[in-house]
Write a new protein. Sequence first.
Length: 322
Amino acid sequence: MTAPHADGHGTDELCDEAVGLYARALTQGRILRSAAAEVPCLAEHALLTADPRDNAWLRPVPPTSALARLLHPLARDILDQVRTADLLARTLDTLSALADEPADLAIRVVAGQSAIQAAIDASLREANDEVLTVQPGSTRSPEIIRVALASTLPVVRRNVRLRHIYQHSARYGSGLKGYLAQLPDDLLQVRTMERATDRLMIFDRKVAYLPANPDRSAALEIRHPGLVRYLAQLYDVLWAHATPFGEPLPAATPGAPVTAVQQSIARLLIDGCTDQTAAEKLGISVRTCRAHIAKLMHTLNATSRTHLGALLVQSRLAEPTR
């Protein structure tokens, strides 16, 4: 890619004005130096040369000579790229011989929601032992619930065990309760936690799926045994710290004038999180998060967000529940 010229075009390009002046110089045999001075790309590409008889005039370089001069750097760049591509091909060919298994079998990118759902459905059909999932966020639309049930019901009929981790905020949505009501209690375990990782699915501890980008338009399908084992161990740690769905949520610190959720938001604010980031971490909407912040400000008589931060530190409201 060429750097932009002062006239708005690349240094390897000729503007229309330059082409016009060069054509006029070819027709007339020469052109005033002052006229060419306003079109610097003519001089940069050496299309004009000084008139040996009169310094005020410039003579055009023959088109064949100009073309050869212009094509030379392009041909050199193409040759360099071909050499680089050949070197990379030979290097990667050597490295591929060292791999124990093809990389595409260990980790592959699945792009598009339909392709992601198809890959997950295929893994669900192959599952024989257990399915582990982390599902962050709070809202579950009817369409999401319908798709989830259509995929999950055939699995539980094969006596495959399910473990789901949601965020605390999902407890208050009717969608999740409706989903859980249609699955057998003996095969399903659900826990919630305040802050969860991004979405994660593990099938029989053999294949795992996680988002490949922030908007979840692509996913990573992981079949490398070591990496899947690590993700499963991480899941077990999260599960141990999560609260069973049927048990009450951890309460605020005894004597605290705010709720447990507001204490959580206070901790995130002290850590420097924005309203948006705090809401995402807790799986609630930004509007709900700001409503809790407003209650914190009212409770502590804070006059500004900066003042609130100082008061949170002084009041020790953000300290973890013991």
